[in-house]
Design a protein around this ligand. Sequence first.
Ligand code: NAP
Length: 300
Amino acid sequence: MSRKILVTGASGLLGSHVLAVLSAKNDVVGWTHSSDRAPLHRLDATNARQVDQFFRTHKPEICVHCIASPDVLACERDPDMADRLNAQTTEHVARACTESGAKLVYISTEYVFDGTAVDGYTEDSQPRPLQTYGRTKLRGEEHAAQVPHHLTVRLPVLYGGPVQDRKPTWIESLLRSLEQGVPVELDDHFERQPTWSYDVATVLARAIDQDLEGILHVATQEGLTKFAWGVKLAEAAGLPSSLVRPSTAPPESSGPRKPARPWLHTHRLQQLGIPPPPGVSERVAAYLRSLGRERKVQTS
Ligand SMILES: NC(=O)c1ccc[n+]([C@@H]2O[C@H](COP(=O)([O-])OP(=O)(O)OC[C@H]3O[C@@H](n4cnc5c(N)ncnc54)[C@H](OP(=O)(O)O)[C@@H]3O)[C@@H](O)[C@H]2O)c1
């Protein structure tokens, strides 16, 4: 069944994939902010009037809210900005959804957890964020929960891109350094669940099709440190993996506190018959192909 869906943050790492995947079966409109990318609608979601006006004019049935500042360090340095983008924009779309009867799909993060639970976290686990990013995303969850029909989707660290008009991602910088023979040190302390934003969008489309509500974790069940992830990228790209080295700096030597292991379990997803997204090991070749970086084959 085709539905009228609004994707906010449609120019971002996740939103651009969500827009593309949902557009296959639905009537989808998207928002952008700093960049002019027709046919996306350009507006400032921190401005409640602009949000309300859009909902009155376009009457979306579902809003997938992908606007945020996912930069943990930037959020710590500028808590007002973090609150505006992570909490306030959600408050505005949540109110517009409630008033118009639309469903809100709010995108959240594993950073709402402190990462101390050895067994990881289910949808029922108690959030306890350690830094501004997690606290403002949790406030976003609270606003989303006020909407009669809502789904909050918590995600782990994502990869994707490149995103137009943005500085290169750490993956592009890594590959470039390795091509130039420059060694790169990466963290080998924090285990994460790196998940391709394209695969998240595919799972989201199924969750929307099934009209899921409440809280849902969407994350690969393959755990990797950034170092192990970098080695896999180097090997798949045919670049010297010996140049990828574990960081010698002690963890937490700078920046905001990070959750040690905020592992997202996906039991609910699996109970619904939806497999969790595959991990880096399975997807690295396809991901590199999507960047136009096929493995270099040595010829003699
Ligand atoms: N990236 C990750 O590793 C990760 C991990 C877990 C969860 N998440 C969550 O996933 C969601 C998407 O994150 P992302 O990485 O895709 O973010 P992103 O690439 O930084 O994209 C953010 C989007 O928000 C838009 N935006 C910013 N300020 C706006 C404003 N005032 N009004 C309207 N739109 C505005 C941006 O538009 P312009 O580009 O046009 O300015 C962009 O489309 C977020 O909820 C994030 O918390 C991300």
